[in-house]
Design a protein around this ligand. Structure first.
Ligand SMILES: [Zn+2]
Length: 96
């Protein structure tokens, strides 16, 4: 089941409150591995155009997409924190 979590890092004078979906470290590692295997098959020019010439990195699953705060600072999201109609990015389970 989809588990949503909220970033509780202090950012710009208040709690960030950015919502992400929690994934296991194993899941994140698999995603990185799959993307990087694909990335290697793409011509260099296209790698630059679409992904800035960079491979995926597990560290992006350890930081808040908004404030850059640690995945350790996420807590279970409450109903009113969950935004409607927006993209929710993955973050590693803080207990891992
Ligand atoms: Zn944040």
């Amino acid at each position: 089941m989809l588990k949503l979590v909220t970033c509780k890092t202090r950012f710009l004078g208040q709690t960030c409150d950015w919502v992400s979906m929690q994934v296991s470290r194993k899941h994140a590692e698999k995603e990185v591995e799959t993307f990087n295997a694909y990335f290697d098959t793409v011509p260099k020019k296209e790698q630059q155009l679409f992904w800035g010439g960079k491979k995926a990195d597990i560290s992006s699953y350890e930081r808040c997409n908004r404030c850059g705060g640690s995945y350790k600072k996420f807590k279970k999201a409450t109903q009113k924190e969950i935004p409607f109609g927006s993209t929710i990015s993955p973050i590693i389970d803080r207990k891992e």
